[in-house]
Design a protein around this ligand. Structure first.
Ligand SMILES: [Zn+2]
Ligand SMILES: [Zn+2]
Length: 876
């Protein structure tokens, strides 16, 4: 069988189809094998995939293919996420290009449009995932808004509502005036900006004095409902309970005592604006203060801000400030750095906003999720992230789950116009649960996108039905995802999984790092440093990209991707390809691999088997610990530096020797076959292709073969010692040749000297290998030390290597060169000696110059001596 040159384009797509058609990716819920399950983090349908997706797909596919070959019942469940606000924003933008706003379009038509988008991009994403070689079970593919998952979402909502873990409440929330939607704390980008702080004077109602309060947002004073002081602050003790007149308004507000006021900050008194500040909102709740909102949903002042209504928030600030200055309320103004929340999606400055929202009560859910990690039932890798996890979970706030957008799971709550009762139901109700009125309408909000993805590990298996899949494949084994969504997603899956399934949704959380450019910068279109995965695959093949990503995926460290690395690993794959070509050229068409390897193996074969099975052990151990980079580098080293560089070279003469040939063929094909299996999870396409060319027919596909397992019976320390000795000698002779730039075609002679007769015996046995690999015309063995004259001598510890200088250099040429050099030194010496014997020079010249000349003299003298010695050797 002939093998053409390696061209990934010719092989990759063909094999994916082959695997998929044969159903190799499909999991079996009737299998008795131990399950190994990965739930693919569903990519957003917002657009094309990037290198981060290539990385996550590679890591997951390596693990899945490895476990599948190792005899597990593997399931890798794929899917995609509807990505609420993100998708709505991109579709809105696309519509705007056509000159249409979503409001003009209407809710129904808009949603239809998003579904069209999802059709198109959903297909692109699947095509890309397949192009990476991902062996996921497409028969179990899910979308967060498909029927099964939408049903699970409703079921969870209703159950949590009934358990009072979902509630509706008036809350101050992060609000984006542009998106007109609530944002969870996690969706807020905090940015420090230079600003100002103003100190305002509020007069006491009884005229007994003024109280100074400081604010970075003077316009919000229109919504002040109290001034707070620390209960133990002696300055204000007698003032608590009094009232101040709120400037610019006719309102009087109380002075209250609350621990929130910091006596060390400013005057120690602080204005309380529950409608526009999160801390003030809490203070307000403690003191039953009125909550005044002065802005509408677009952050324009409303009637509560009279006479400043109808202004944009920034214009309102100017006007209020001008009036405060005019009325002498401002005591002073200072520069101040303010922390401003921005919308993660559109970068608008957020406004705390009072509105009625739906919340998940998280504390009772977080408790067992913290326990699960503390007790080690769920392990987070790298372990450093566990601390971050605890810190966040222990300080968790209630989760605002309603979003004022259209794309997503609509909240299953219906309001009765008649009696105001809220009917929460899995099935769309036709009437009010309480008064039976049919005048009901569904909540217009949708759920936070992470609500449905939090259910992913069980909703995708058919929950709430008690399916066979759920029984076999829950919990999954490892959740492999980016560290950036540890809280958005992983923590919430933990809470929901434990609550509804009574078991954490996975055993391991493996958090991968970011893919960056060579300088460690984030890849972005504006920086022009993006390496698109599909471009990479078109140029170097998916296998090369996969191997690169695996080799660079060090736990907890960013992946610095460069074209050079990918090219390097493409060359590595090419090396394997060529090794296979070599093997195929050296076996007959009717070659058959024996069931059992020959009993008494020559050392070189015993050695390669040893090396291979030690590599097998290391690779498996690293994969077991999720050290993919170590695993990849281990197989890489063996393949390139042991198998290709040494073994193939060692056996070349054996394959020509009729008495050695059969054994060499057997071991060569055996190791190659097993090596391709070992490499398969990393580079599935090329190993499948090469596997089909090998004259063995174990399985119809390498991906269904057994993964190599360590076996002690293949370990031969004696043979290993012997071959390592040969490698050392050959490497030394190659180095000497290199140093003297001896042409590769020129043969030289060498004598190996050792007092140890056993060593010499071993070496004599391997005479042919030594001669061939070191390119020797003559090889002598001696027990007696030789004279070093005319010799290059290398001491290797267990023996000395002698190589005649005449073999390394052309004697006549060398003589001429040395003589010429000697002449030049002699001329220089004469000049220097003359100068140094000149007394006038010695007296007048600076001392350091004289010293320098003297140093040069002794330098030249010793050089002369060496040259003369070398010349003498050549004339011997
Ligand atoms: Zn926004
Ligand atoms: Zn009713």
């Amino acid at each position: 069988m002939t093998l053409e040159h390696y061209n990934p384009k010719d092989i990759e797509e063909k094999w994916y189809e082959f695997w998929e058609k044969r159903g190799y990716f499909t999991a079996n819920n009737k299998s008795k094998k131990k399950p190994f399950v990965i739930m693919m983090p569903p990519p957003n349908i917002t657009g094309a995939l990037h290198q981060g997706h290539a990385l996550t797909s590679t890591i997951q596919d390596v693990l899945i293919r490895w476990k599948r070959m190792a005899g597990f019942n593997t399931l890798w469940l794929p899917g995609s996420d509807h990505a609420g606000i993100a998708t709505q924003t991109v579709v809105e933008k696309a519509l705007l290009k056509e000159g249409i706003t979503r409001h003009a379009f209407g809710r129904e038509k808009f949603i239809e449009r998003v579904w069209q988008w999802r059709e198109q991009y959903g297909r692109t994403i699947i095509m890309q995932i397949k192009r990476f070689g991902s062996s996921c079970d497409w028969t179990r593919e899910h979308f967060t808004m498909d029927e099964t998952l939408s049903h699970a979402v409703r079921e969870v909502f209703v159950r949590l509502y009934q358990e009072k873990l979902i509630y509706r409440g008036d809350y101050l929330i992060n609000w984006c005036p542009r998106c007109e939607s609530a944002l969870s704390d996690l969706e807020v980008k905090q940015v420090e900006k230079p600003g100002k702080i103003w100190h305002l004077k509020y007069p006491l109602e009884d005229g007994s004095g003024t109280i100074i309060v400081a604010t970075t947002r003077p316009e919000t004073m229109l919504g002040d409902t109290a001034v707070a002081v620390h209960p133990k602050d002696p300055r204000y003790k007698s003032w608590v309970g009094k009232y101040v007149c709120l400037p610019l308004t006719t309102r009087k507000i109380p002075i209250i005592a609350d621990l929130y006021a910091d006596p060390k900050f400013g005057s120690g008194a602080v204005k309380i604006t529950p409608g526009h500040d999160f801390n003030d909102f809490e203070v307000g709740k403690r003191h039953q203060l009125e909550v005044i909102s002065i802005f509408d949903k677009n952050a324009k002042t409303n009637e509560k801000a009279f006479p400043y209504q109808g202004l944009d928030r920034f214009a309102a600030r100017k006007k209020v400030l001008a009036d405060l200055i005019a009325q002498g309320v401002i005591e002073k103004e200072e520069d101040y750095t303010v922390l401003l929340g921005h919308c993660e999606k559109c970068d608008t400055v957020l406004e705390p906003h009072l509105s009625t929202q739906w919340f998940v009560k998280t504390r009772p859910l977080a408790k067992p999720a913290i326990e699960a990690v503390r007790k080690g039932n769920v392990k987070i890798i790298p372990s450093g992230w566990a601390k971050t996890y605890f810190n966040w979970m222990e300080n968790i706030k209630d989760w605002c789950i309603s979003r004022q957008i259209w794309w997503g799971h609509r909240i299953p709550a219906w309001y009765c116009k008649h009696c105001q009762h809220i009917t929460v139901s899995v099935k769309d109700p036709t009437q009010c649960q309480k008064c039976k009125s049919t005048d009901i309408s569904q909540d217009t909000d949708v759920l936070d996108t992470w609500f449905s993805s939090a259910l992913w590990p069980f909703s995708t298996l058919g929950w709430p039905q008690k399916t066979a899949d759920l029984k076999v494949f829950y919990p999954s084994t490892v959740m492999e995802t980016g560290f950036d969504i540890l809280f958005f997603w992983v923590a919430r899956m933990m809470m929901m999984g434990i609550h509804f399934m009574k078991k954490p949704p996975f055993k391991y959380v493996y958090l991968h790092a970011m893919v960056r450019d060579t300088e460690g910068k984030k890849m972005s279109k504006s920086k022009g440093n993006v390496i698109d995965p599909l471009d990479t695959i078109a140029e170097y093949g998916a296998d090369a990209l996969r191997f690169t990503l695996a080799a660079l995926a060090t736990q907890g460290r960013d992946v610095k991707l460069s074209e050079d690395r990918i090219e390097g690993y493409r060359n590595f794959i090419n090396k394997i390809w060529n090794a296979t070509r070599f093997a195929l050229m050296n076996v007959e068409p009717d070659f058959k691999l024996e069931k059992n390897l020959p009993k008494h193996l020559s050392p070189v074969h015993a050695w390669i088997l040893s090396q291979f099975f030690l590599t097998v052990k290391k690779t498996n151990d690293h994969l077991e610990r999720y050290e993919l980079n170590e695993a990849a580098n281990t197989v890489y080293h063996f393949t390139w530096h042991e198998f290709c560089d040494w073994y193939v070279e060692f056996i070349k003469p054996l394959l020509k020797d009729p008495s050695q040939k059969k054994e060499a063929q057997q071991i060569l094909i055996f190791v190659l076959k097993e090596l391709l299996k070992l490499l398969h999870p990393f580079i599935p396409f090329v190993t499948e292709e090469l596997g089909h060319h090998l004259p063995i027919h174990e399985e119809e596909s390498i991906m269904m073969a057994s993964y190599p397992k360590f076996n002690k019976k293949y370990i031969h320390p004696k043979a290993t010692k012997e071959i390592e000795m040969l490698k050392e000698i050959i490497s030394y002779i190659r180095n000497v040749r290199g140093e003297h730039t001896v042409s590769p075609s020129k043969l030289i002679s060498a004598t190996l000297v050792s007092k140890d007769t056993k060593v010499l015996e071993i070496l004599k046995r391997n005479e042919v290998a030594l001669q061939t690999l070191a390119k020797l015309s003559e090889l002598h063995f001696s027990e007696k030390a030789m004279e070093a004259k005319n010799m290059a001598v290398g001491a290797l510890g267990f023996l000395d290597v002698f190589i005649p200088i005449t073999d390394l250099v052309d004697v006549e040429e060398e003589k001429k060169r040395l003589q010429k050099e000697l002449e030049k030194i002699n001329t220089d010496l004469v000049g220097l000696q003359t100068r140094l014997s000149n007394e006038a020079f010695i007296e007048r010249a600076p001392k350091d110059i004289v010293q320098k000349e003297r140093d040069r003299l002794s330098d030249l003298q010793s050089k002369k001596q060496k040259l003369e010695q070398n010349l003498q050797k050549l004339f011997h």
